[in-house]
Design a protein around this ligand. Structure first.
Ligand code: BT5
Length: 329
């Protein structure tokens, strides 16, 4: 497995931050030294590394950034990242089988809370119950976060909803879009799936050893980027808003948002999210069918319990479901 975030990536992020400073003036070595707290030799090396990663830096009469490639690299992710823990330990890859798979291996070998595994593409991207997650190169975000929450195991399903809520909040801010949360793990726009969450845990008795929260977000996909079987059911931010988006920036916003929501969830539970979840739900107050395994239950979705389970009013009374596949009737 590749090295995690290295000192050189952290330094390169500091230099990039200085170069992208809001005054936008060209920066001399002296400016960069003052701003990044690094020595000239290190700065030179960082500029080389940034250039090698595809960032175009003009070096005539001072340094300035001319172009940032549409790539996900550790320095780009760490530059101006506002979260304190989430995303600070980065493993980034051009291609991986599945970021969830890799995150499990890292978590087993002690990777700290907040570690992120991210790939430009996945060859075995997975959904729930052995389903596949379509993960083509360059257009989406495919990443997994390692979390070590100190909560009881029955509260954990709520974490998928919290992640979905954070995704929605970011999308709403960026584009005034109106994403919805489809219990238990999807985000939709215009009734089409734009993001999916796969949470997997390792636990002993009732103690959670770690959780891997795997997230796939369709960002810049055109219609033709989806397989035909998904075209009527899937969408992307670009399709919904008409503009391409900076994937790294989107990820940084998500990490910042999710860190707040996650900390509140661990401290206060799902109740704290109150109306925020209910208002964005695409299933509450609707007549639905929930499938799990071979069973199929019809009813009216009437609420969520404190662990994120769905309360369904059926002809035999209100029942609580902690997993399942929802279709609207
Ligand atoms: C999910 O499963 O929605 C969870 C997806 C999680 C993917 C992330 S990517 C990073 C991390 N690493 C992984 O290996 N996985 C996670 P589920 O609810 O089972 O939905 C899967 C279904 O969504 C598929 O059967 C398709 O119908 C549909 N689907 C597949 N790819 C899609 C896409 N890119 N956009 C929209 N729908 C898709």
């Amino acid at each position: 497995m590749k090295e995690p975030v290295k000192k050189t990536d952290i330094d390169a992020a500091a230099v990039l931050e200085a170069l992208l400073d809001s005054d936008r003036n060209k920066k001399s070595f002296k400016d960069l030294e003052l701003m990044s707290d690094l020595d000239r030799k290190t700065i030179k090396m960082c500029i080389e590394n940034l250039r090698e990663s595809g960032i175009v830096i003009d070096g005539r009469a001072g340094f300035s950034v001319l172009k940032i490639p549409d790539k996900i690299t550790s320095p780009l992710l760490l530059c101006d990242l506002n979260s304190k823990v989430l995303g600070r330990n980065v493993y980034s890859y051009k291609s991986l089988g599945s970021t969830n798979e890799a995150a499990h291996r890292l978590a087993e070998s002690g990777a700290p809370e907040g570690t992120i595994v991210i790939a430009e593409k996945q060859t075995r991207g997975r959904g729930r119950l052995g389903r596949k997650w379509h993960s083509p190169s360059g257009s989406g975000l495919f990443f997994s976060l390692i979390l070590r929450p100190t909560i009881s195991i029955e509260k954990l399903p709520g974490l998928s909803l919290v992640a979905a809520l954070s995704i929605c909040r970011v999308m709403e801010r960026i584009d005034n879009l109106e994403p919805e949360i489809k219990w238990p793990n999807d985000c939709l726009i215009d009734s089409k799936k734009i993001a999916g969450i796969l949470m997997e845990i390792s636990a002993e008795l009732d103690r959670i050893s770690y959780a891997v929260v795997g997230i796939g977000i369709n960002v810049n996909h055109a219609k033709k980027d989806f397989p035909i079987s998904l075209r009527s059911r899937a969408t992307s931010l670009a399709l919904a808003s008409g503009i391409r988006h900076d994937r790294v920036n989107l990820l940084k916003q998500f990490l910042y948002e999710f860190e707040k929501d996650y900390n509140n969830f661990v401290k206060y539970g799902l109740r704290f999210m109150g109306r925020a979840l209910v208002e964005r739900s695409s299933v509450l107050d609707k007549k639905i069918t929930v499938r799990f395994g071979k069973r199929k239950i019809n009813g009216m979705a009437v609420g969520l319990d404190e662990n994120g389970a769905l309360r369904l009013k059926t002809k035999d009374g209100v029942i609580t479901l902690s997993a399942g596949e929802v279709t609207l009737r």
